[in-house]
Design a protein around this ligand. Structure first.
Ligand code: NAP
Length: 244
C-alpha cells in the first residue's frame, strides 16, 4: 500500500495510525475537522518519519466537502489505496433520558452520516480502480450497549458494524476488502471531550487485561488489516479491547 486517507487523522488513534503508516513510507491524507495545529503537528511528524502527506480539513458529515476532499487526495496522491474511516466522537456522557436531542443529532451527523459519506466516496473511487482496502472504526460499545453513559454512541457504532458487513459483501466482488476494528477503552483525549476525564479509571475494573489500551495497539491492528498479511480477511470486525 502506498497511500492512505485517514479521517480523524490528527489526534488519538488516527494520528497514531498516520505515524505507523509514515514509518512504512506512505503518503497519508490527514483529515480533521477543526484543530489546525494538531493536524500540522501530525503532518510534520509524518514527514520526519519518512512518510509524506497532506492535511485535509473537512467535516466528514458534509457530503460535498467530503467529495472535494477525495478529489484533492486523488489529484495529489494519484490513487486511493486505503481508507481508515475513523473520525468520530462519543457525544457527552449521559443517560438516555437526559441526552439533549441536539447532542444526539450532532453525534449521528459525525459518526453515522460522516462514516457513510466516507464509505460512499471511497467506494466510487475504489470500484473504478477495482482495488482498495477500507477499515471502519467501530467500538465494542456496539455490542455491550454503553448503558448508563453512552447508549447513543453505542447505537452509532452499531451502524458501523452493519455498514462493514454490507460493504464487504458489496465491494468484495471488485477486489476491495472492508473490515472494522472495535476498540475497548483506549487512552486518548476522547474521554475528556465526553465530559468525563475519569471514565478510563472508572471502567478499568471491567477490563480483563487490567489496563487501558494504547492508540498504538489499535493502530497496529489497522495496519495489519491494511497489509498483505490479512489478504483473505474481509467483512470482519476485530475487537481490540483487552478482553472486555
Ligand atoms: P480523538 O483523540 O478525540 O480524535 C478524534 C479525531 O477525529 C480528531 O482528529 C478530530 O479532529 C476528528 N474528528 C472529529 N469529528 C470530526 C468530523 N466531523 N470530521 C472530521 N474529523 C473529525 O478520538 P479517538 O479516541 O482517537 O477516537 C477515534 C475513533 O475511535 C472514533 O471513531 C471513536 O469513536 C473510536 N473509538 C475510540 C475509543 C477510545 O477509547 N478512545 C474506543 C472505541 C472506539 P478535530 O480535533 O480537528 O475535530
Amino acid at each position: 500500500m502506498q497511500n492512505l486517507l485517514i479521517t480523524g487523522g490528527s489526534q488519538g488513534i488516527g494520528q497514531q495510525t498516520a505515524i505507523e503508516a509514515a514509518k512504512k513510507g506512505m503518503f497519508i491524507g490527514i483529515n480533521y475537522n477543526s484543530n489546525d495545529k494538531a493536524a500540522e503537528e501530525t503532518l510534520s511528524k509524518v514527514k520526519q518519519l519518512g512518510g509524506d502527506g497532506i492535511a485535509l480539513k473537512c467535516d466528514v458529515s458534509k457530503h460535498n466537502a467530503v467529495k472535494d476532499m477525495f478529489k484533492i487526495f486523488v489529484d495529489t496522491a494519484g490513487s486511493l489505496d486505503g481508507v481508515f474511516n475513523n473520525a468520530g466522537t462519543t457525544g457527552p456522557v449521559s443517560k438516555i433520558h437526559e441526552l439533549d436531542p441536539k447532542d444526539f443529532k450532532s453525534l449521528i451527523d459525525t459518526n453515522v452520516i460522516g462514516a457513510f459519506n466516507i464509505a460512499q466516496e471511497s467506494s466510487k473511487i475504489m470500484i473504478k480502480q477495482k482495488r482498495g482496502n477500507i477499515v471502519n472504526m467501530s467500538s465494542i460499545a456496539a455490542e455491550i450497549g454503553g448503558a448508563g453513559e453512552l447508549v447513543h454512541y453505542a447505537m452509532s457504532k452499531g451502524a458501523i458494524d452493519s455498514l462493514t458487513y454490507g460493504m464487504a459483501k458489496e465491494l468484495g466482488v471488485y477486489g476491495i476488502r472492508v473490515n472494522a476494528v472495535a476498540p475497548g477503552l483506549i487512552a486518548t483525549d476522547i474521554h475528556e471531550k465526553a465530559g468525563d476525564a475519569s471514565r478510563v479509571e472508572r471502567l478499568l475494573p471491567s477490563v480483563p487485561l487490567g489496563r487501558v489500551g494504547l492508540a498504538l495497539e489499535v493502530a497496529d491492528t489497522v495496519m495489519w488489516l491494511l497489509s498483505k498479511y490479512s489478504s483473505y480477511v474481509c467483512g470482519t470486525i476485530i475487537r481490540v479491547s483487552g478482553g472486555r
